[in-house]
Design a protein around this ligand. Structure first.
Ligand code: PLP
Length: 468
C-alpha cells in the first residue's frame, strides 16, 4: 500500500518539524552510545554499530508509540491469545468476542483437521528436512496441490512455505527489468515486494478501476517486454471485490498476464466458497496465475500458485523461494488438505459466514459508520479517518470485551485508518448485534471528545529522554 505523508492529520510542514526535532534528539543519543576510542590501533579495527534509528520508518513507529502512550492507548499489537482464536478468544485469561482472526469458516481446532495434522506428524515427522526437489517430497504435498488445483479449476498447483513469500518469489522470478507490473493501488504488500524484487517498472492504478488499468496497459505495454496485471479477489483491508470480467478484458486486450490473489477469497466467495471464479462465474483459465494462502480459511500456513501445468512445472524447477526453501511441513499440508475437504463437504459454513458478515455490514452502515465499499462477505472496515481515533476506538472496544485490530498509518494512508472486523461463520447473531451497538456508542464517545492534536505534537516534538 502506498504511504501517506499525513501522519495523525498533521500538516506536512508540522510533521517535517517534528521529524527534524526527533532526528536531532536521536542523533545526540546515538552519538552518546558510540563507544569512545582514543587508541588509534583500536579505532582501525572499529566497525560502526548498526544505528537502527536511521532505518526507514523507525521514526514513524516511534512517533506512533509515543503518541499512543501519551493518549493512554494500550498497545494493540502482539496481544497474546491463550487458546484457539475464533469468534471468541482468551487474552490475559479473560474472554473476548474476537474479530481479529482469519478463521473465516471456523475450522481452526476442528477435530478432523487436528487429527489429520497429528497423523501426518506421526507418519512424516515435523519437517520434510529438505527442499522438495532434493528429497523433501512427500505424498501429502501432491495430494494437497491436486486438491487446490481442482478447486481452482486449474491444471496444476504448487504449494510453498509462506503466502507472503509466495508472492515475493513468484513475481520476483517471473518478471524482470524490461517488464511492467500494473497493480491495484491497495494491493497487498507481498505483491509490491515481489514487484520490487523483479526490477520491473511498477505502476498502481486507482482501486478497483479496470478502465484505468486498461489505459495504463495501453500506454505502457508497447514499451515493455512482458506485462503483469495484479489484483486481489477480495481486498484484505476493504472487503470489496473487483469486476473480474473487466480485468480479464483489459489483460487480454494488451497481452498482459493476469494474476489474482485469493488470500481472502478462498472459503469466502462464491456459492461453494471456492473463491473469485466461483463468485463471478468466469472460466478459471481466463486468469493466468491464481495465488492463494493456506493461512486463512484453510487454517494452516503456506502459499500456493495454481494455473497451467507448464507454469507450475517452471516454478517448481526454478522459483528460488521454492527450489531453495524447505517443503511445507507435513502437519501444515495435512491440515490444509483436511480443511479443503471440510469446505467441500460443508458449504453451509460459507453461507453462514456471508450471512453474519452481511448482518454486521447492514447494522454498522445503518448506524452511520463508514464501512467503505465492503460487500460484507467476511471483512468489514470501520473507517475512522485518523490513526489516533482508530487506536482510541479499538482501545474502548477492548475495554468492553471486544477484540478488534486497528489498522494505522503507515499500513494504510492516515485518512484511511480504521478498525478492521474479520467475521467468522462461528459468530452468533447476538454477538454481532451487541458488538455493533457498542461500536456505535463508543464511536460517538470518541468523536465527541477529540484528541488534542496540538498537545500530541508538542509531546512528540520534545527531545526524548536519554536512555538510563
Ligand atoms: C492479499 C494477501 N496476500 C498474501 C498474504 C500473505 O499470506 P500469509 O499471511 O499466508 O503469508 C496476505 C496476508 O494477509 C494477504 O492479505
Amino acid at each position: 500500500m502506498e504511504r501517506s505523508r499525513n501522519l495523525f492529520g498533521l500538516s506536512a510542514q508540522a510533521k517535517a518539524q517534528l521529524i527534524a526535532k526527533l532526528s536531532a534528539a536521536s542523533f545526540v543519543r546515538s552519538a552518546e552510545r558510540l563507544p569512545r576510542r582514543s587508541n588509534p590501533e583500536e579505532s582501525s579495527n572499529f566497525a560502526p554499530r548498526l544505528d537502527v534509528s536511521e532505518l526507514d520508518g523507525f521514526r514513524d513507529i516511534r512517533m506512533i508509540r509515543e503518541a499512543a502512550d501519551f493518549l493512554g492507548i494500550a498497545d494493540p499489537f502482539f496481544r497474546v491469545h491463550e487458546g484457539i482464536a475464533g469468534a471468541e478468544t482468551l487474552i490475559g485469561n479473560k474472554p473476548y468476542i474476537n474479530f481479529a482472526s482469519y478463521n473465516y469458516i471456523g475450522l481452526n481446532g476442528h477435530q478432523h483437521i487436528t487429527n489429520a495434522a497429528k497423523a501426518a506428524i506421526d507418519r512424516y515427522g515435523t519437517t520434510v528436512s529438505a527442499s522438495r526437489p532434493v528429497s523433501g517430497e512427500r505424498p501429502i504435498h501432491r495430494e494437497l496441490e491436486q486438491a487446490l488445483a481442482r478447486i481452482h479449476g486449474c491444471e496444476d498447483c504448487v504449494v510453498l512455505v509462506g503466502g507472503h513469500s509466495t508472492n515475493v518469489t513468484v513475481i520476483g522470478h517471473l518478471l524482470g527489468r524490461n517488464d511492467v507490473i500494473v497493480h491495484d493501488a491497495l494491493i497487498h504488500n507481498s505483491i509490491v515486494q515481489g514487484a520490487m524484487l523483479s526490477g520491473a517498472r511498477r505502476v498502481p492504478f486507482p482501486h478497483l478501476d479496470h478502465q484505468a488499468a486498461d489505459r495504463l496497459l495501453g500506454e505502457l505495454r508497447p514499451r515493455h517486454g512482458r506485462a503483469l496485471l495484479v489484483i486481489e479477489g477480495h481486498y484484505s483491508m476493504d472487503g470489496d471485490v473487483p469486476d473480474l470480467p473487466g480485468f480479464i478484458a483489459a489483460a487480454r486486450r494488451h497481452g498482459a498476464w493476469l494474476m489474482v490473489d485469493e488470500a481472502h477469497a478462498l472459503g469466502v466467495l462464491g456459492p461453494r466458497g471456492f473463491g473469485t471464479a466461483d463468485r463471478s462465474g468466469i472460466d478459471p483459465r481466463d486468469v493466468d496465475i491464481w495465488m492463494g494462502t493456506l493461512s486463512k480459511s484453510l487454517v494452516s500456513c503456506g502459499g500456493f500458485i495454481a494455473g497451467r501445468r507448464d507454469l507450475i512445472d517452471y516454478l517448481k524447477l526454478s522459483a528460488p523461494g521454492f527450489v531453495f526453501s524447505v517443503g511445507v511441513a507435513p502437519a501444515a499440508a495435512a491440515a490444509a488438505l483436511a480443511a479443503l475437504e471440510l469446505l467441500e463437504r460443508e458449504p453451509e459454513r460459507v453461507r453462514q459466514l456471508n450471512d453474519r458478515a452481511a448482518l454486521f455490514l447492514q447494522l454498522a452502515r445503518g448506524g452511520g459508520l463508514d464501512v467503505g465499499s465492503s460487500i460484507g462477505a467476511s471483512i468489514v472496515p470501520v473507517i475512522t479517518g485518523s490513526s489516533i481515533r482508530a487506536g482510541r476506538l479499538a482501545h474502548a472496544m477492548f475495554q468492553q470485551g471486544i477484540n478488534v485490530q486497528p489498522i494505522l498509518y503507515p499500513a494504510v494512508p492516515e485518512r484511511a485508518a480504521r478498525l478492521r472486523f474479520f467475521l467468522t461463520a462461528a459468530h452468533t447473531e447476538e454477538q454481532i448485534r451487541d458488538t455493533v451497538r457498542i461500536l456505535i456508542e463508543e464511536n460517538r464517545r470518541v468523536e465527541a471528545t477529540p484528541s488534542d492534536l496540538a498537545a500530541v505534537a508538542r509531546h512528540l516534538g520534545k527531545p526524548a529522554t536519554p536512555p538510563g
